[in-house]
Design a protein around this ligand. Structure first.
Ligand SMILES: [Cu+2]
Length: 97
C-alpha cells in the first residue's frame, strides 16, 4: 500500500482474458491498475468511467489510476469482438462495513 492507501493491482492480458477478471475492493479504496499484455495480439483496457489505457502491443504495460472506487466499475477490451468474447474486468466493491 502507498502512503494514501492506494492499492496497485497487476492485471495480465492473455488468451483473450484479463487475469484476474474480478478485483474485489472495499468501498473508498484508491485503485491503480497495472496492465500488461502477455498475449500475441494488441489489447487495451477501457472502463465505463471513460478511463482507458492505450492499445498495448505484446509485452507492453500501462498504469491506470482509477481513483477512489465507491461502486462497481466495469471494464473491457475495446478491440472489436474482444468484449463479446469475454475480455472483461470488473472492479467489485465488497460489503466493507
Ligand atoms: Cu483485447
Amino acid at each position: 500500500m502507498a502512503a494514501d492507501g492506494a492499492v496497485t493491482v497487476s492485471v495480465v492480458m492473455k488468451d483473450m482474458r484479463f487475469e484476474p477478471s474480478v478485483i474485489e475492493v472495499e468501498p473508498g479504496t484508491h485503485v491503480i491498475i497495472e496492465a500488461k499484455n502477455a498475449d500475441s495480439m494488441p489489447h487495451d483496457l477501457v472502463f465505463e468511467n471513460d478511463l482507458s489505457t492505450d492499445l498495448l502491443p505484446r509485452d507492453k504495460s500501462a498504469t491506470l489510476d482509477l481513483g477512489v472506487i465507491e461502486a462497481n466499475l466495469d471494464g473491457w477490451c475495446s478491440v472489436s469482438g474482444h468484449r463479446a468474447a469475454g475480455m472483461t474486468l470488473t472492479i467489485e466493491v465488497t460489503g466493507g462495513e
